[in-house]
Design a binder for this molecule. Structure first.
Ligand SMILES: CC(C)(COP(=O)(O)OP(=O)(O)OC[C@H]1O[C@@H](n2cnc3c(N)ncnc32)[C@H](O)[C@@H]1OP(=O)(O)O)[C@@H](O)C(=O)NCCC(=O)NCCS
Length: 408
């Protein structure tokens, strides 16, 4: 399995062909993902008959674990051309990308899925459900007058990115580099933003949406950034101010609030719009996945509100067989002694007289981030431990809801 770094000059035509065959890119000259994002990201290609036919890219970012920050490798693109599918190239190239990132210090891996199952083979496990809220702004219940915002465009990407970096933190929040914000801002014909500045001219809260130019929407809120919930109320008041014209706004529910609290008669409106083009409703789906890349470092940054306890962990990790041989990092399978508590740790080895937890890396990651309790993972992910140890783990990982709060 060959792999090498993407080179825009050399690979532009071939990588355009890959991206075009999968339907993502249609303009070789202007496309931001191809011309600006991929050269700045950690992009690898696999050659078939001397030309790139598979590409994978990751971005170095951070992910929060409660109030600690961990180093993240976010897989921000994977695709194989139509002549390179189902031959194992894509999976191996992704595993190789993650292995190289782990060697450079990434502690956690994250990605968004095209479907469930594929990345589980590389040790990933489902993240939390995200709620997608579809509402008519006239139904917004927000007791505040709109404040006049400033219009934001693609040229404001640096200020916008800074506001995103400084946004109100939440458990599991992902932050990626500036070039990702710049690329995700899309085309000026379809995207627009509005925000508020403080006296020092710092953007303190804003939203970025697609759907510009559509008479009645729908608008898709690509992201919102705010430093506190009061500023979020300003942004909701701004969305409410569109109510005479715009019929539909859709967005991922902001972390730390329940959008239904801010919607007038949600059940009646949902019933009235059932089967309608602009149906008002909230649906959930788990579309991102996570996996630990460095267990020792992750445990070191884990501070739990429970009495200390220890156990043996027998960890399986399926990624090893996909990583090319010349890379040393082949996953994190093995035996560890885990201690959880205010100061947690993972040490290689086994200790007599301790209870044992058997888990895959995906399942352990899900438990560790508080996605599901250990007792439930017994049935969904096949983890094994005594009842007593499962109960202790359930209590230890009572964490705030995990939300990545960043599209990638
Ligand atoms: C996603 C993509 C890269 C996968 O390419 P591929 O060539 O099929 O991948 P691989 O050869 O590595 O893996 C194929 C294997 O994965 C399996 N697989 C695919 N989807 C699966 C799923 N949801 N659950 C379990 N296994 C799955 C296949 O059955 C096949 O198994 P086999 O090796 O036992 O035959 C390719 O379909 C693509 O480019 N899609 C368009 C772009 C895209 O959606 N990218 C992903 C963004 S998240």
């Amino acid at each position: 399995m060959n792999y090498r770094k993407f080179d825009l000059k050399k690979d532009k035509e071939a990588v355009y062909r890959i991206l075009n065959e999968c339907g993502w890119v249609h303009d070789i000259k202007k496309d931001k993902y191809l011309n600006a994002f991929l050269p700045k990201a950690n992009t690898l290609v696999h050659d078939v008959n001397g030309e790139a036919e598979v590409m994978v890219t990751s971005s170095n970012g951070t992910i929060r674990y409660q109030d600690k920050t961990l180093k993240l490798s976010a897989i921000t693109g994977l695709t194989a051309s139509l002549l390179a599918r189902k031959q194992g190239f894509a999976g191996k190239l992704t595993a190789t990308r993650l292995a190289l990132d782990a060697e450079k210090g990434a502690e956690v891996g994250a990605l968004c899925i095209f479907d469930q199952g594929y990345y589980n083979k590389l040790g990933f496990g489902n993240g939390n459900y995200e709620k997608i809220v579809c509402f008519t702004p006239a139904t917004l219940k927000i007791n505040r007058k709109v404040k006049t915002p400033v219009r934001l465009t693609g040229k404001d990407f640096a200020k916008i990115h800074k506001n995103r970096v400084n946004r109100m933190p939440n458990h599991c929040a992902v932050t990626l580099p500036e070039y990702t914000t710049e690329a995700e801002m899309g085309e000026k014909e379809k995207h627009i933003g509005f925000g508020y500045f403080d006296k020092e001219n710092n953007l303190t809260h804003h939203l970025w949406l697609s759907g510009k130019g559509k008479e009645q929407g729908p608008f898709w809120i690509q992201w919102m950034a705010y430093e506190n919930l009061d500023q979020l109320m300003d942004l909701l008041a701004l969305l409410k101010s569109f109510e005479e014209q715009v019929i539909m706004i859709r967005m991922v529910e902001p972390a730390l609030i329940q959008m239904q609290d801010f919607i007038e008669k949600p059940f009646q409106v949902r019933a009235m719009t059932r089967k309608a083009e602009n149906q008002n409703y909230i649906f959930s789906t788990a579309f991102w996945q996570l996996r630990i890349l460095n267990l020792q470092k992750c445990m070191k940054k884990t501070h739990l509100n429970c009495a200390d306890f220890s156990f043996n962990l027998q960890l399986t990790d399926p990624i090893g067989k996909f990583v090319v041989e010349d890379i040393k990092w082949h996953g994190i399978a093995g035996d560890y002694v885990i201690t959880l508590g205010n100061n947690s740790s993972a040490k290689k080895g086994k200790q007599k007289d301790l209870p044992t937890l058997t888990a895959s890396v995906g399942a352990f990651t899900r438990m560790w981030f508080g996605i599901l309790p250990a007792s439930s993972l017994v049935y969904s992910d096949g983890i094994k431990a005594s009842e007593e140890l499962l109960k202790k783990l359930d209590r230890a990982f009572l964490l705030p809801p995990a939300h990545v709060n960043w599209g990638f």
